[in-house]
Design a protein. Structure first.
Length: 486
């Protein structure tokens, strides 16, 4: 592709930052946004729903990104959807601003209410600009076209300014100085393998054990404090479909000449599904951890603590093993930076023959969202999220992570690749038993530009103990970008 087309695409994606900074980076305005509203379900049942978004300006005033919504109050703990949002943000006068947008997602948690799982949420917000933060009121409508939920309501919204920083495609290969965060801004990612033991179900006095897998993304606020997000799903214990999404803050202190760390953290958010007794979904965790460094960028942690759902009976001790990979070292001395390659993908996947708990088999469509981080030119790490939007029953979700490899570009901008993933899945009447799944797949990439690639995938998704064992076919668009790490 010639230089003119590359500059045009980079400018379109960079929004107001239509030119590369002198340091070789493109800076795009972005925002983290959260909100709360109470929606009305059939029979006048109330459910408090929280939403979280990360949006990036693509052209002036037009933002696009990922979003998730889930139950926080009421009696529908386990109601979750994930998807994408497009929003138009405009100043009015003085410090007043307004925003309108549309969220399209998939998931649910109650097949009777959500139908196939597709959720639409148009909204209009009125905001007051406090500087780096905005707060205001939102008017929205939550609608499941194939389900029973259709509710209009007002809510509260809060957003914080951010920047999505990536290397100018024309600067790749040039010397760079790493002095700022790139991408979404997280400094490390953790793969989590844990176990709950305690009061799990709604049967008082009956203890149980649940194994779960998940991930955490964290940003360092100082050399000893951080904040982040975490998500996990049940992989054993007979509660397939249980999932949790939380925000977390923590502190840590180096010991043994920085070869190890000890720390503590608090997490709060929402959880539910799989008959775990969480009431409306409100969930808290408090724990401590010890970490040893395997290398500069790899660490192994052991964490223990306590989890509680105040509206339900769920009370459990937990233990987890966390494998951490550093994405950046924000407080390291400025030096020449290492270039890290990332990919974000969004697409639609068909489970060709989905096995259900009632013994039936039928196709199901899911929205797929993926993030890849390259280790080298051939090998990368990958995280996937699936949420059902069309099929016999909605409410199904899955989270997977693993590794992949791909070939160099062949004739016509084509390349081949393969992935192997493990994770947890459940909900929507899908027979994934305890929740643990594996998913191998192979794909063909067709490069459309220096930034965008069309991917066609075929693979399999299989429960390790249930009857779910289906061929999968996926079509997705891949956005490639690079950041610099210190």
């Amino acid at each position: 592709m010639n230089r003119t087309i590359v500059v045009f695409l980079a400018s379109m994606l960079a929004g107001q930052a239509v030119a590369s900074e002198s340091d070789g980076f493109i800076h795009r305005p972005a925002m983290f946004r959260g909100g709360f509203e109470q929606i009305t379900l059939p029979a006048n049942e109330a459910m408090g729903m929280v939403g979280v978004n990360y949006l990036v300006e693509t052209v002036p005033n037009l933002y696009f990104g990922g979003a998730a919504y889930g139950a926080l109050t009421g009696q529908r703990g386990g109601f979750f959807t994930a998807g994408a949002e497009v929003a138009w943000h405009q100043k009015l006068q003085s410090r007043w601003e307004w925003e309108t947008g549309l969220y399209t997602g998939a998931g649910g948690g109650s097949t009777t209410l959500v139908g196939g799982g597709l959720m639409l949420r148009p909204h209009v917000d009125l905001l007051w600009n406090f500087g780096a933060y905005r707060a205001g009121l939102s008017a929205s409508r939550v609608h499941f076209p194939s389900g029973q939920i259709s509710s209009s309501q007002f809510g509260f919204v809060l957003s914080a300014d951010a920047q999505f920083v990536q290397l100018d495609p024309l600067q790749l290969g040039d010397p760079l100085t790493g002095n700022q965060r790139g991408g979404v801004g997280f400094d490390r990612v953790r793969a989590v393998f844990g176990n709950y033991h305690g009061q799990i179900s709604a049967q008082p006095g009956v203890n149980g054990t649940v194994g779960y897998v998940g991930f955490r993304m964290e940003q360092m606020q100082s050399e000893t404090s951080y904040w982040g997000i975490e998500a996990a799903g049940a992989a054993s214990g007979g509660v397939a479909g249980y999932a949790e999404f939380l925000g977390t803050v923590g502190v840590e202190m180096p010991v043994f000449d920085h070869y190890a760390r000890i720390g503590a953290r608090l997490a709060a958010g929402m959880g539910g599904g799989g008959a775990v007794s969480v009431g409306g979904g409100e969930l808290y965790k408090l724990g401590g951890e010890a970490t040893v460094s395997l290398s500069r960028n790899a660490h192994l942690s052991l964490e223990g603590g306590y989890a509680s759902a105040p509206d339900g009976l769920f009370r459990a001790r937990y233990v987890s093993t966390n494998l951490t990979m550093d994405l950046d070292h924000p407080f390291a001395p400025a030096t020449y930076a290492q270039v890290d390659q990332y990919e974000g993908l969004i697409g639609v996947c068909r489970y060709v023959a989905t096995a259900h708990k009632d013994g039936s088999v039928s196709p199901m469509e899911v929205v797929t969202m993926r993030v890849n981080r390259h280790i080298n030119d051939t090998i990368y790490l990958s995280g996937h999220a699936h949420s059902a939007f069309l099929g016999k029953e909605g409410g199904y979700s899955a989270g997977l992570f693993g590794a992949g490899l791909h070939t160099p570009k062949l004739l016509g901008g084509l390349s081949l690749g393969a992935e192997m993933l493990i994770g947890a899945a459940g909900g929507g009447g899908v027979d994934s038993s305890s929740g643990a799944i594996i998913s191998p797949n192979a794909y063909l990439d067709w490069q459309l530009s220096d930034l965008f690639t069309l991917r066609l995938s075929e693979g399999r998704i299989k429960s390790l103990s249930g009857t779910l064992d289906s061929q999968t076919v996926d079509v997705s668009i891949k956005f490639s970008y690079a950041t610099a790490s210190r």
